[in-house]
Design a protein around this ligand. Structure first.
Ligand code: NAP
Length: 520
């Protein structure tokens, strides 16, 4: 990517073609830092050495020098952040400047100095440093995103090559403020801007499009140098940051919590596979108000809505389809060309599609366990296709209400053994997260097909029990894929690559299962 060249940029930096992602390297020893650099530099040739993580930064520089001599394609930033600016370096201002000067001599083309140090240093000392190295003047707010324009104005009084403004997003809307700063100021100054924190991901992925010269990526999910940092691999392969441009459509999944959502994996796989210029982000909305505020300002093209907003979002939509209104829950929002927000419910497709592949739904006898949002989608979808539906729920009043609305029946648990069903669907969370719970006893499982909406773990106790009785099973992952596939179709008008989506989410679930021990 060519830099948006500001008049302040030192001429020697003009030929630089900086990648969009700088890999932030931190480790306790220079050997570990360089081992990571060695293993990742081919994919990430733009590195930040966080020298403040090392006990003796100056003593480490000869080794960094040798690395940079043998890896001439690497562009390196040296950072030695002081403790009072959120780093680990406990030395004096003079020794910080000495480390950075020597780091430049060791081959780091760019050095990062925080505003607090720069304000204390003599202007000549900073000018001397900048006469040698490219200078990033940086500012970090670890609490909030506020006073961005004023902060930048203050920073601009100190001549530098890049101005880096990093704040903390406490709302999704904070990203909007950061991106506005980038959009209005990046044609005048070389800016690097992003919001830290889990809610800052919009700025980490879309900041470059708004005018940030580059952004920072972590070595891995475990090795972050800032809260909310995304790994450089995910920035490139999941969010395809190198391809994000003005025409890229932005989608997201909004909920609270959102950290463990598999939707970004599945949807970004589909967008990539179908060559759609789009990116799909996890949006941690702590309030619906924040989400709506953000949706109005960021041109989000489509949203997946998850817990706890599936019902609450309805009054904020301009229109919904008949299913969504009947079910009273929306899991898919699309912004029309008229700018209005339209709501859909694709959980119905998530239930119906896998069933249709196994049996004829018309006249099938189906037992639905649960009477919440997912059960409602199943019951209405099944009734519409001519199935006979029985509902069993922990709170029987809710089952009765749903049965009345959908013209279905309720059933008492004691009567279960008297009936054999074509299909049993579990639409409760029982069996989630590696618990050994099962919503039914073995003798209560009498059906041709058992469908468990729970998808983590992939193989629940209910599915195991059904398999043991020779009953065909539909794992929740199929519903997850099919409801996502329908969302993809609504948003893009293209058929969804369901097989690739299933492959991506299966791998993600296996990785997750390998990381967490089962609960007793
Ligand atoms: P919901 O609206 O909160 O409803 C939960 C339902 O489960 C309620 O009927 C509730 O009964 C019942 N329930 C909760 N805990 C229970 C327990 N310990 N024992 C018996 N019943 C219990 O949730 P939802 O959105 O419908 O989701 C239900 C499940 O489906 C979740 O596990 C969710 O992850 C899964 N789901 C999967 C997909 C997919 O793509 N695979 C899509 C949507 C949902 P009460 O009325 O008595 O509270």
């Amino acid at each position: 990517m060519a830099l948006a060249l500001p008049s302040t940029l030192a001429p020697r930096l003009l030929p630089l073609r900086l990648p969009k992602v700088c890999l932030a390297l931190s480790a306790d020893t220079v050997e570990d830092m360089l081992a990571t650099a060695e293993s990742m530099a081919r994919d990430d040739p733009f590195l930040e050495f966080r020298l403040d993580y090392l006990k003796q930064p100056v003593a480490a520089l000869p080794k960094i020098h040798r690395f940079l001599e043998t890896h001439q394609y690497v562009t390196a930033i040296a950072t030695c952040r002081r403790v009072d600016s959120g780093g680990k370096f406990k030395g004096s201002l003079a020794s910080q400047l000495e480390v950075l000067t020597k780091a430049h001599a060791a081959g780091c083309l760019i050095v990062d100095l925080e505003l607090q140090s720069a304000l204390k240093a003599k202007p000549e000392a900073i000018a001397r440093l900048r006469s040698r190295a490219g200078l990033i003047l940086s500012f970090h707010d670890f609490r909030a995103t506020r006073n961005l324009e004023e902060t930048l104005e203050k920073m601009l009084k100190i001549p530098a090559d890049f101005y880096k403004v990093v704040t903390t997003a406490t709302t999704l809307f904070d990203n909007v403020a950061m991106m506005k700063l980038l959009q209005t100021q990046s044609d005048k100054h070389a800016l690097i801007g992003l919001c830290m924190g889990e809610q800052g991901i919009i700025s980490r992925v879309l900041g470059v499009r708004a005018g940030s010269v580059f952004t920072f990526g972590a070595v891995s999910a475990d090795l972050k140098t800032a809260p909310g940092q995304v790994s450089s691999r995910d920035l490139r392969s999941v969010y395809r940051i190198e391809q994000v441009d003005a025409a890229t459509r932005v989608y997201g999944v909004a909920g609270d919590p959102i950290e463990h959502s598999l939707s970004p994996v599945i949807m970004n796989t589909a967008l990539r596979r179908e060559n759609v210029n789009g990116v799909y982000l996890p949006l941690h909305a702590k309030t619906l108000k924040d989400l709506i505020h953000c949706v109005r300002e960021i041109p989000l093209h489509g949203l997946s809505i998850t817990m706890p907003y599936k019902q609450a979002i309805l009054p904020h939509l301009d229109n919904t389809d008949a299913h969504t209104a009947k079910i009273g829950a929306c899991n898919t929002v699309v912004r029309g060309q008229d700018g209005k927000l339209y709501g859909f419910n694709t959980d119905i497709a998530g239930v119906i599609r896998p069933l249709e592949q196994r049996l004829s739904i018309e006249n099938a006898k189906v037992l639905v366990l649960g009477a919440g949002g997912a059960a409602r989608a199943a019951v209405f979808g099944l009734k519409e296709r001519g199935a006979e539906v029985w509902i069993l729920n922990r709170t029987s009043a809710k089952a009765q209400k749903l049965a009345r609305q959908a013209k279905a029946r309720t059933i008492k648990r004691a009567d279960l053994r008297k009936l054999a069903f074509d299909v049993i669907i579990n639409a409760t969370p029982v069996g989630m997260l590696n618990t050994r719970d099962c919503p039914l006893k073995d003798e209560e499982i009498q059906a041709r097909v058992v469908f468990d909406m729970v998808y983590d773990p992939a193989e629940t106790r209910l599915l195991q029990a059904a398999r043991a009785k020779g009953i065909a099973v539909i794992p929740g992952i199929e519903m997850f894929v099919q409801q996502a596939a329908r969302q993809f179709e609504i948003w893009t008008g293209k058929p969804a690559p369901a097989a690739e989506m299933l492959g991506a989410v299966t791998i993600a679930l296996q990785d997750r299962a390998a990381q967490k021990p089962p609960r007793p």
